[in-house]
Design a protein around this ligand. Structure first.
Ligand code: 0X9
Ligand code: ZN
Length: 699
């Protein structure tokens, strides 16, 4: 069956919240004086979504949905009374899972302090016993480079954050300070989303792990000889700083005039998701970001994981600034994403992991379902490397116990990190959603989930990360260009192309270099020259005239269903069933097949977004009787038209392009030779640079 596609319309129905005392990070009233404004506790709830229509209604509310969801529920953070009201008016029901995230924050803080007080050294590679703040990250990155300057180099990303902070990472590998020597690059990132603290912890602990074990552990030593590893633990430094500072305990006793007063966390920004862009195109004023957010730090900002250029502006990314998945003013409009873009464009990153929390998932491209009509009108399809991407995703998931799946299998997304990186560079890319049940759980859980202890016994991310790094150096998973060239020559691989966004394109340039060693022989581990986005694909084209068509009309009362029968008595390639109605009501369509014993088996359903018409496509429909069922979710009795059509179809191949790298051989910035190089994944090609050698000798 080809499931039909519906764009996710997030309408951002909720107006920007006014800045209240709570929004300002003031303390939630523990004992609210009589007559005071009732303070809504920020809470985590499980919304029941028994069908796709309910999920769609939920998605349309612009609420802070988490990644934690199943076929009949989605967990949602409610930041204010209006959020609960929105659920209620959409007819949705929910259970409260964490009734007061502020209180939970305080509990977590207490647990963390208790653990830290009794644990001088945790089993983490760094030995840390509590969450890092931003300064701790920066200090630790510097410390790593100071301890082992031979294998660790600290670097700053090209752009400062909106608040003017420098964003740091480390590069790890044998002889890290020597010139680029053609080794493949593995990139590990954390904290695109401010509140997802473990995502940064696991990233930096992996850095500690590699550094600590270099020279001691054979596997890690070998990997650091073969690869260079880039770790950027906190991509969204501004947002993280707000979340982690406001998410830690604040002791009120001093301001309580020595009284018995409360020790409480502030709700301010602990659950902030996005960056600090308050107004498109403008930098925030000093202090503005901390104050501008609505309760929970939820309102303001651009979602860094919707701002990348790949498919930017498509489904699953919001156009409204107040929405949790706001895509920003344009592709790469934010320093966080532009930084990662430049990093990935200047190195041969053959594999990357971008860490998030939570839901114990290993997600691979694409962010939208394969039958989604893409910007060029043809279905987006699966990535051409689906088999290899799945295989690696499954192997990592077998280690950490997560579920390995496509990004789109939970909800559509566009403009995410690997939507861009994979499609622009061909380098593999995965999103890890760390943790079973909350954005930043008590620290001991973060430790267990890294090392693979406690409830995660034998299932740590450490091992999954090492598998990812092994894949980054696996020549079957990327490409190799080899040959001979003058010693000390700079080789450059460059490529400029248009990356499709959802409604246009942006220009991307990949520009990477290496320096030929003394032997004059080089081996360069690179990404394939042809991008996945332009590879050939097979699509199914339905003929314009049906072989047969039958039309039914009817009405269905609220919460009722109506069945119609349709008999397929000839061979056809596709059965299309369409449901249409004139009003903006919510009708769903189910297609069932009648079995020999009279029982029914559902073979297709289309239960889409409110106000959108329904369509089911069945490939190679078996002959027999079908029941077409209309279900009414609306409160009125609309009339509808149902059409069943049989079609022939042809498989068409959309021809692909073959792209090349341009390889230059340079001396002192002067290009001595330039050759096009075409190389596929898993392939090794020889580059003929004899002209360069000759000219080099003549110089
Ligand atoms: O929505 C996101 O950006 C990620 N989830 S999170 O809860 N950490 O915000 C998931 C991105 C990739 N996921 C899908 N394509 N569904
Ligand atoms: Zn996230």
């Amino acid at each position: 069956m080809i499931a039909r596609f519906r764009p996710a319309h997030r309408q951002g129905k909720i107006a920007a919240a006014t800045v209240t005392a709570v929004a300002l990070g003031l303390i939630p009233a523990i004992t609210a004086p009589a007559g005071a404004v009732e303070i809504f506790p920020v809470q985590l709830v499980t919304v029941q979504t028994p069908d796709r229509a309910a999920k769609a209604r939920l998605a349309g509310l612009g609420l802070d949905m988490t990644e934690h969801a199943g076929h009949d529920y989605v967990e949602v953070v409610l930041h204010r009374a209006a959020d609960a009201e929105a659920l209620r008016s959409a007819g949705l029901t929910w259970n409260v899972r964490i009734p007061d995230l502020v209180e939970r924050e305080s509990e977590i803080n207490a647990a963390n302090r208790a653990y830290a007080a009794t644990t001088p050294q945790s089993p983490l590679p760094s030995g840390r016993d509590t969450y890092r703040k931003l300064d701790d990250y920066n200090d630790d990155l510097a410390r790593l480079a100071a301890i082992r300057p031979d294998i660790v180099k600290k670097f700053a990303l090209p752009l400062k954050s909106l608040e003017g902070k420098t964003i740091y990472g480390v590069e790890i590998g044998r002889d890290v300070r020597a010139a680029e020597d053609g080794r493949p690059v593995f990139l590990m990132m954390g904290v695109h989303h401010a509140r997802e603290w473990p995502s940064g912890e696991h990233a930096i602990e992996f850095a500690f792990d590699l550094v600590k074990n270099y020279g001691a552990d054979e596997r890690i030593t070998d990997l650091l000889k073969k690869a260079r590893v880039l770790v950027v633990p906190v991509v969204n430094v501004d947002g993280f700083e707000k979340s982690v500072n406001d998410g830690h305990l604040i002791d009120l006793r001093p301001v309580d005039d020595g009284g018995t007063g409360s020790i409480f966390a502030t709700p301010g920004n602990a659950y902030k998701r996005k960056n600090c862009r308050i107004v498109d195109g403008q930098e925030p004023l000093a202090g503005e970001c901390a104050l501008a957010s609505s309760p929970g730090g939820f309102g303001a900002g651009v979602d860094p994981n919707r701002n990348y250029g790949g498919f930017w502006g498509g489904p699953g990314a919001a156009a409204e600034p107040v929405d949790p998945t706001y895509r920003g003013a344009g592709p790469f409009s934010e320093p966080e994403t532009e930084n990662i873009r430049r990093l990935v464009s200047s190195r041969q990153v053959t594999n990357l992991i971008t860490n998030h929390t939570f839901s114990n998932l290993v997600l691979r491209p694409n962010g939208v379902a394969p039958d989604t009509p893409g910007p060029d009108g043809t279905p987006v399809g699966d990535p051409p490397d689906e088999a290899a991407l799945k295989d690696l995703g499954d192997r990592m998931a077998a280690q950490n116990g997560y579920t390995s799946q496509h990004g789109w299998q939970l909800y559509d997304t566009t403009g995410t990190t690997e939507d861009w990186s994979y499609n622009a560079t061909g380098g593999f890319g995965y999103t890890f959603e760390i943790g079973p049940d909350e954005f930043h759980p008590p620290f001991p859980k973060v430790i267990d989930e890294y090392v693979g202890a406690g409830e995660f016994a034998g299932k740590g991310n450490r091992e999954a990360f090492l598998i990812a790094l092994e894949s980054a150096v696996d020549v079957k998973a990327h490409s190799v260009i080899a040959g001979a060239a003058p010693a000390d020559a700079t080789l450059r691989l460059k490529k400029t192309f248009a990356t499709p966004t959802w409604s246009g394109a942006i220009k991307d340039t990949l520009d990477t270099t290496m320096v030929v060693g003394r032997s004059g022989k080089f081996t360069w581990h690179v990404n394939p020259s042809t991008r996945p986005a332009v590879k050939a694909k097979q699509i199914k084209v339905i003929s314009s005239e049906p072989l047969e068509r039958k039309t039914f009309t009817g009405t269905t009362p609220p919460n009722g269903t109506t069945d119609q029968e349709f008999v397929v008595d000839r061979a056809a390639d596709v059965l299309e069933v369409k449901l249409d109605w004139p009003t903006p009501d919510d009708l769903d369509l189910y297609v069932l097949r009648k079995n020999a014993d009279g029982s029914l088996t559902e073979v297709g359903r289309s239960a889409g977004f409110v106000g959108e018409k329904e369509r089911v496509l069945l490939d190679d429909p078996e002959q027999g009787t079908y029941v077409l069922r209309v279900q009414n979710f609306a409160s009125v009795t609309p009339s509808w038209t149902l059409t069943a059509s049989l079609f022939d179809a042809t498989e068409e191949s959309v021809p692909g392009l073959i792209e090349n790298w341009t390889l230059s051989c340079e001396k002192d910035g002067k290009v001595l030779q330039q050759v096009p190089v075409v190389v596929d994944r898993g392939q090794q090609v020889k580059a003929d640079l004899r002209t360069c050698a000759q000219k080099w000798a003549d110089h």
